[in-house]
Design a protein around this ligand. Sequence first.
Ligand SMILES: Cc1cc2nc3c(=O)[nH]c(=O)nc-3n(C[C@H](O)[C@H](O)[C@H](O)COP(=O)(O)OP(=O)(O)OC[C@H]3O[C@@H](n4cnc5c(N)ncnc54)[C@H](O)[C@@H]3O)c2cc1C
Length: 418
Amino acid sequence: MDSSLDMVVVGAGPAGQMAAIAAAERHLRVIVVEQMPRPSLKLIASGGGRANLTRTAGRADFEAAFGRQGRFIGPALGGLGPEALRAFLAHLGVPTRADEQGRVYPASQRARDVAEALGRHQRGLGVQLLLGRRVAALDVRDGTLGGVVVDNGESLAAPCVVLACGGRSWPSLGGTGGGYDLARQAGHTVTALTPALVPLVAREPWVASLAGVSLADARVRIALSGQPKAGVRGDVLFTHRGLSGPAVLDLSGDVAQRLARGRDVPLEIEPIAGMDRRRWDVEILAWRSGQGRRQVGTLLQQRLPRSLADALCELAGVRPQTVAAELPAGGRDALAALLGGLALNVAGTEGFEKAFVTRGGVKLKEVAPDTLESRVLGGLYIVGELLDLDGPTGGYNLQWAFASGHAAGRAAGGRQPV
Ligand SMILES: Cc1cc2nc3c(=O)[nH]c(=O)nc-3n(C[C@H](O)[C@H](O)[C@H](O)COP(=O)(O)OP(=O)(O)OC[C@H]3O[C@@H](n4cnc5c(N)ncnc54)[C@H](O)[C@@H]3O)c2cc1C
């Protein structure tokens, strides 16, 4: 192993690989240490193996999507935004395509192609890769960063270290959460960690009967005062234990934070977004006059998947065979109420094992947003998911990983005497 290093990158995910590339392009001697037997495992699994790498959105959209932490991501995105990332990948031989919703994937639809291209480019730049080795500690003496200590006791000396360890989600893909301990060792604060972009577990047993049912354009909201009435609009999927699908995943981080306070979280689902209780009232009344001889179950099936129509009838105490003209006012009210806001109680999440990202992490105030350098320990850079921010589904998180890694590598390259 080459002993004269300028930079050690801990973690060969998208953030770490991009940091290594940006630094090596500026002639730094870089080693990437990865605890798993292969690099980029999460990237390769992302987007169902297709990797939703970024999206065709402007900086304002990205900042809004990251919520309160949005302003922090701005400078790094300014350095490597979606267009620059796509151009870079095309230059590496991986052209990308956007779908009609603006989500960007490799044109080959293979996440693996991105991982392999990054690996090739790194090798070409002379970046060393140490696989199957975990960084156990930072080497800090008298307040000065001197490198890292690997789990076999070996020290790697370098004035710059990039922590690109990702979060706690999907341990089988490297999400072991070890990066938080390294950040704490440097003196950083780590905020409370909860799973995000994670399927939810419902208290109500009837949900299991709907497993596999998906709603193409529903609305989900947390039914508590102070929560946005608009909730999140998008696809919802019923699972054996509860709910998933993009709209639910996007809300799940907020739900998980509330669950951490020890109480169930009430949700309301509008199975057809925009069809609130009042509109269903009007529609069901119209059935009476226009389609009075047809069965309520059949009429509902024109708008909803059959098993959901049946479940709603049962919950409303209405026989699906009831003809619309004979639907009593009580049944009509009960149905309209359920259709306009199906209430569910969330008892838990599927946990870090099934979470696409981790909410919480290294406190943003302790890191400079333009360079990603620690304000606590000079020469230390903290990038990607390890930081206290997370975006919704749709390519936001990978874009952040690439952009933050790039900013750190570039900054480290700028501070080194070459
Ligand atoms: C199944 C799945 C699908 C996803 N799909 C998408 C998607 O389509 N689009 C999107 O934008 N986001 C997606 N995400 C989220 C996205 O993959 C992550 O946000 C992103 O990978 C974070 O990048 P990172 O480089 O910060 O961390 P990671 O990709 O997690 O990489 C961190 C690496 O560090 C290594 N490591 C950790 N600690 C140490 C240590 N002490 N020593 C050595 N190595 C260490 C880990 O093994 C890991 O390889 C998905 C996530 C999952 C789990």
